[in-house]
Design a binder for this molecule. Structure first.
Ligand SMILES: [Zn+2]
Length: 73
């Protein structure tokens, strides 16, 4: 494994929360994307961006099949 994969993540520009959600009311084409932060209540088109290691995100659960299970016959 040589390459480290970094994931880009949107964060709240106000409090830095990672739980930024898309809150666009209209799913139309003329409206810009609006983001909503449940932690501080921020709502707007601006968001921050950070790079994170995907391995720190989840519980480190890569689905790599161990042992060769071939069907359950
Ligand atoms: Zn926030």
């Amino acid at each position: 494994m040589g390459k480290k994969v970094k994931m880009k993540m949107r964060i709240c520009p106000v409090c830095g929360s990672r739980r930024l959600e898309r809150a666009s009311v209209f799913s139309g084409w003329l409206t810009p994307e609006v983001w909503f932060c449940p932690d501080c209540g921020y709502r707007g088109p601006v968001y921050g961006e950070i790079e994170v290691d995907p391995s720190e995100l989840g519980g480190g659960g890569e689905n790599s099949p161990r042992g060769g299970r071939e069907g359950d016959r």
